[in-house]
Design a protein around this ligand. Structure first.
Ligand code: KG4
Ligand code: ZN
Length: 331
């Protein structure tokens, strides 16, 4: 079954064709980093306008590269939330229009759930049930995924997302936006034990995350001028990873799951993958992480999730609205 996926929830315009949820026929991502870089963050209205102008050319390229036509697709899927409202509306409108015009089923997809499905692409070993970890610029989430289409939130950040902290400190340090990968580069040359930084705990739930105290401490350490940048970035990265790994260990124990599937832009961080692999395997769990290109926002993950939903006979009505604050466990 061939699904056309559309992703426009934030600042990446992406289209993909995926066969049976696991095999990518074609995948295109057009980044808006150059548009937003001068502002040090994503400007919502500019993001929506960039999606609007990029999508037609990207769609033409998708058909050209794949040798397929819209008629070959069995369904069209687009993200309907969470994300920037204007950006969501552009992709959602295109998805509905294509489905309506070609008489194909339409599936509205939850962006956070879709991130986890990047793990199914080219990885036949991953099976339900599993523990899901989404770490991105906007979210830090632990989910239990007992079966296709079922999601239970175990923990989430009560303040900042992990990626937000990395991006903020990188920006204060004068590194380019988005800063996560520059933090990782700097950290390679630094000593992670050189700057003492807190590992804040959320009182609400031991599986919840809290990063705002760490962000403030890192900003103060940077402002003090006492530390070499690689040392500070290595210490910051180690603290963020430690906060995540501690919750993952706890969640594996509580749920008894033996597989962890990671996703979201921050999981492109190879140190995070190494630490989680070490700490999860010490508890008998196997860790799955997509290749970096599928960790960040992409439409292949959208098409993959839509395939599993379709296989269960689930489609969406054409009057589906965009939901900026869509909860992680809503289909
Ligand atoms: O999932 P994503 O592409 O967009 C959403 O936020 O939905 O995630 C973007 C986040 C940014 O905070 C970026 O700095 C971070 O992922 N990121 C990284 C790395 N690559 C991207 N963080 C740490 N290490 C990386 N290598
Ligand atoms: Zn994302």
């Amino acid at each position: 079954m061939l699904v056309l996926g559309i992703e426009t929830s934030c600042d990446d315009t992406s289209l993909a064709l995926v066969e049976d949820g696991r095999s990518v026929v074609a995948s295109l991502v057009s980044s808006q980093i150059a548009t937003h870089a001068p502002y040090g963050g994503v400007v919502p209205e500019l993001a929506a306008r960039d999606h609007l102008t990029a999508l037609p050319g990207l769609l033409e390229l998708l058909w050209k590269q794949s040798g397929r036509r819209l008629d070959d697709a069995d369904a069209v899927a687009a993200v309907y939330g969470p994300g920037l409202l204007g950006s969501l509306l552009v992709g959602l409108a295109l998805g509905k229009a294509l489905a309506l015009g070609a008489g194909k089923p339409f599936i509205g997809v939850n962006h956070l759930q879709a991130h986890l499905f990047a793990n199914f692409i080219h990885t036949p070993e991953l099976q339900f049930p599993f523990l899901g970890l989404v770490v991105s610029g906007g979210h830090t989430l632990l989910l239990d995924v007992p079966a296709a289409g079922q999601f239970r939130v175990l923990g989430r950040t009560i303040d900042d997302a992990a990626g937000e902290v990395l991006d903020k400190i990188a920006r204060l340090a004068g590194l380019p936006f988005p800063g996560g990968r520059y933090v990782e580069q700097q950290a390679l040359q630094g000593d992670p034990a050189s700057v003492a930084l807190p590992r804040p705990v959320a009182r609400s739930n031991p599986l919840d995350f809290s990063f705002s105290g760490l962000k403030t401490a890192a900003a103060l350490a940077l402002g003090s001028g006492k530390h070499a940048l690689p040392d500070l970035m290595a210490s910051l990265q180690a603290a963020v990873i430690d906060c995540i790994a501690t919750r993952v260990e706890r969640a594996l124990e509580l749920t008894g799951r033996s597989q962890l599937a990671m996703a979201g832009g921050v999981t492109a961080n190879r140190r995070l993958l190494a630490v989680l692999t070490e700490r999860a395997s010490a508890r008998g769990a196997r860790v799955f992480c997509p290749p970096p290109a599928l960790c960040t926002d992409n439409a292949a993950m959208v098409a993959s999730l839509a395939f599993f939903r379709l296989a269960q006979g689930q489609t969406s009505p054409l009057d589906l609205n965009a939901v900026a604050q869509l909860e992680p466990d809503v289909a």
